[in-house]
Design a protein around this ligand. Structure first.
Ligand code: FAD
Length: 497
């Protein structure tokens, strides 16, 4: 067996690599992250995250520090060239309560710094900035990683049990896995402009998609004084001329006096829709933009990557601790890929509505949507994760576990623990015969009264909850609890043990 310097190496320390490093290190996994950059990426990118991501940040112990860099938002409007609302996505409370508002706007560099500060507190994480990974070699019993220290030029080899490529769109790990990206046919350049408000301006309170055929555009009221515009490039336009301050000032003038804002950054991006054909090969895995990319119209690209991290971290930990076979890691792709694909397809559909530049087509679209005030495209919901762990016949498999909230309004996810856990109605638990209770006690047991309303909503007396807050199995009666627990323990246990 090849000796490993670390249990997991995370390549790339963007938001996804940072969250994955933190979630693993919080469990005491020895993890090293390698990032070629010296600081967080400063070009304008993610501006929105959802309630599930807030809960993951909470799990990491970073949400309190992140909150000041965010603003909750109530939804998003799509308007035509005359400012008439064509359709809206609302961000009202989900029926599955994550315990956080459904949508947050945020300023990415501040949030990434808060995440990094949290990881720096965790002793089993080693973060190597200005270190470029040149090669990864899966030798079967471990992975050899060639790393260059960029300031000195020195190269060395680090060994790891597993490598997770969180190394973005041009992923080296994805290439090393020998997999490729499936192109879901979306490729459009947009200019993204971030500004700070320096005075009064009457701007929309909600993110707004301007479905204007002459120039499709997006406005995003971000946290604090941050505001963002995105402008679709038209045929013949190029990044260099679009990014000049004069051009940006003329583009934002219909909304705001350019003298009232300070342009802090801008970039032209090609928005893509791509998904990797494989997410794991032996000891190599990919997560985040290295595994999938989507146009940003739903604000879900980074969110999808953070969901990857939450799905993967506990499975990797179980495999490293010998509690599950490496085949558990195959459920990472089968659960995550269909979920991401659905988000990508919805983002592409939204993009096609927004990006219509043919005036006749746009007029037909507007008439169609304006006519159907009560029958417009619904607010996209978070799709279910794909098939993986659990019994396909289980009605609540993969439902989200609600966050317990106590009488003072405090979020009590801490009650649910960080392992695969039995969550059980207190009366059902105390009524169990000692023998059944001993069998069910093969998993950690939580019988808090705070769970009762949620269990009742599902019509069950107990669930087995995964650490990523998905239901693995449920029992409608107390006499099914022990059998349910045994089935879950069997499914997760190594084949030989
Ligand atoms: C305009 C725009 C708006 C967006 N808006 C949203 C939004 O509102 N909400 C949302 O959820 N998402 C949004 N996204 C998507 C989101 O920005 C990305 O999905 C997210 O940043 C991806 O994070 P990541 O950690 O996977 O990759 P990255 O942030 O790209 O990080 C990868 C890191 O890996 C490092 N790296 C790469 N190769 C190596 C190597 N060989 N060695 C060492 N380091 C390496 C890179 O330096 C980089 O820091 C938006 C994107 C764009 C472009």
């Amino acid at each position: 067996m090849m000796p490993h310097d670390v249990e997991v190496a995370v390549i790339g320390y963007g938001p996804v690599g940072t969250v994955l490093t933190g979630l693993l290190a919080r469990r005491g996994v020895r993890v090293a992250a390698f990032e070629r950059g010296a600081d967080v990426f400063t070009l304008p990118r993610a501006a929105h995250f959802d309630a599930e991501i807030a809960r993951t940040f909470q799990m990491l112990g970073a949400m309190e520090a992140i909150l000041p860099s965010t603003a909750a938002t109530s939804g998003m409007d799509f308007v035509d060239a005359e400012d008439r609302v064509l359709m809206s996505f609302e961000a009202e409370e989900d029926e599955i309560a994550e315990g956080w508002p459904r949508s947050f706007m945020f300023y990415q560099p501040d949030v990434e710094r808060a995440l990094r500060a949290r990881v720096a507190e965790l002793p089993s994480a080693a973060v190597h900035l200005e270190h470029e990974v040149l090669a990864v070699d899966d030798r079967g019993d471990g992975v050899a990683i060639t790393v260059r220290d960029l300031p000195t030029g020195a190269e060395r080899t680090v060994t790891a049990g597993y490598v997770v490529g969180c190394d973005g769109a041009r992923s080296l790990v994805r290439t090393a896995m020998g997999t490729t990206l499936e192109d879901l046919a979306f490729d459009q350049p947009w200019l993204v402009v971030d500004v700070m408000l320096r005075g009064e301006a009457a701007l929309p309170a909600r993110p707004t998609q301007y479905c204007t055929p002459a120039r499709p555009a997006t406005f995003i009221p971000s946290a604090g004084a941050h505001r963002r515009w995105e402008f679709m490039l038209l045929p013949g336009e190029d990044a260099v001329t679009m990014e000049t301050p004069e051009r940006i000032r003329s583009l934002i003038r219909p909304w705001v006096d350019p003298d009232v804002v300070e342009i802090i950054r801008s970039a032209v991006y090609s928005f893509h829709a791509l998904i990797a054909r494989r997410w794991r090969s032996g000891r190599l895995l990919i997560a985040g933009d290295s595994a999938h990319q989507m146009p940003p119209f739903l604000g879900q690209g980074m969110c999808a990557g953070i969901r990857d991290a939450a799905n993967l971290e506990w499975k990797l930990t179980r495999v490293l601790r010998g509690l599950s076979d490496p085949s558990l890691l195959d459920t990472y792709e089968t659960e995550r890929a269909p979920h991401v694909r659905q988000f990508i397809e919805t983002a592409v559909s939204a993009g096609r509505i927004i990006q219509t530049t043919d005036p006749e087509e746009a007029a037909a679209r507007d008439a169609f949507l304006l006519d159907r005030a009560n029958d417009r495209p619904p607010t996209p919901t978070v799709p279910p994760i794909g098939p993986g762990l659990g019994n396909p016949a289980e009605p609540h498999r993969h439902a989200r576990v609600a966050q317990p909230i106590d009488a003072s309004g405090a979020r009590r996810d801490d009650l649910l623990g960080d392992e695969v856990t039995l969550l059980v109605d207190r009366a059902a638990w105390s009524g169990l015969a000692p023998e059944a209770r001993a069998r069910a006690g093969a998993l950690p047991v939580v019988d808090s009264d705070l769970l009762a309303p949620w269990l009742e909503t599902l019509g069950v007396v107990a669930v087995v909850a995964r650490p990523d807050r998905h239901v693995l199995a449920s029992a409608t009666a107390a006499d099914g609890i022990a059998t349910m627990v045994e089935a879950c323990v069997r499914e997760l246990a190594p084949a030989g043990g």
